[in-house]
Design a protein around this ligand. Sequence first.
Ligand SMILES: *Cc1c(COP(=O)(O)O)cnc(C)c1O
Length: 356
Amino acid sequence: MPRPIQARIALSALEHNLQAARRATGARIMAVIKAAAYGHGLLPAAEALGAADGFALLDLRDAARLREAGFRQTLLLLEGFFTPDDLPLAAEHDLACVIHHAQQLAMLDSCPRRGALQVWLKVNTGMNRLGFAPRDVPAAMEKLRSHAAVRDITLMTHFSHADEAAGVAAQTEVFDALAAPYRAARSLANSAALLRYPATHADWVRPGIMLYGASPFAEIPAQQIGLRPTMTLHSRIISAREIAAGESIGYGGTFCAQAPMRIGVVACGYADGYPRHAPSGTPVLVEGRRTRTLGRVSMDMLCVDLSALPDADVGSRATLWGEGLPVEEVARAAGTISYELLSAVSGRVPLVYRES
Ligand SMILES: *Cc1c(COP(=O)(O)O)cnc(C)c1O
């Protein structure tokens, strides 16, 4: 028997969440599938999201794999190309490339064919990560518009606060003013802006996290926005024991029993992608019933409280997150976000695909 941990991927939930995005916008949908589709597995997730108008990712070879697998949608490299050598491959597979920096503009001369490249020019409107400063955009546009390799240009930006009260107004204003002189298509919205700010939808929206069934908003559960969980991290209890009052659990003895307790050991640890910094009390389901972690998460195991679950024993099912336990809730308890938990599920965890 293999170790009992699995990440179960509900393909129909991916489709469902894409439809939820579709209902929220008239714009074209660029499904973001970076980080192996937020841990769901690149090709199976892309197939389930096959009704999207485009796919955004980071790795040229991954994009080439999608093309070779028959995907005909726009495939966008979110960080563009890294060296001049990337350009012939990007052209060969008809990949759209973000250009966010002057050095990438200079590399365009390595493009082998006229009109081979779709470019998404990224503008820094306040995120201060990637993108041209507003004052440099007119010159970059000029260069792109006159470059033989460039077939068409989309203008894009990325929001820093779309999920918070500060919102998107200041960045949208800067972007709209810059884009006004051009007839280029526009793209601004991530999941949070797609759901909350219709005025930002423009020509292309770029949802990621909502497709994977998690809410981009701290205060609104995914279920309330009509999203379904797509990944359930599942394992089993592999040991159970009674401990006496005063005994501690695991490395460092960070949890000490106040009274006699029954505890179980789940085959899931930080080397599987479960966050090591999740404190005692992080929610977990055993046979569908809610309980809590106890003590430090170790590399391959974590401990849970079975005191109120007398029927639970070796072999009982444990759900670390997913159906019945929103990933956001576990993330919050561990001081992180759903994005990190989903994308950090490690290579040793088998992904098991289900139609329903
Ligand atoms: C990751 C990413 C997105 C998707 O963001 P979500 O919050 O997951 O919807 C959109 N645009 C860019 C540029 C990104 O890097």
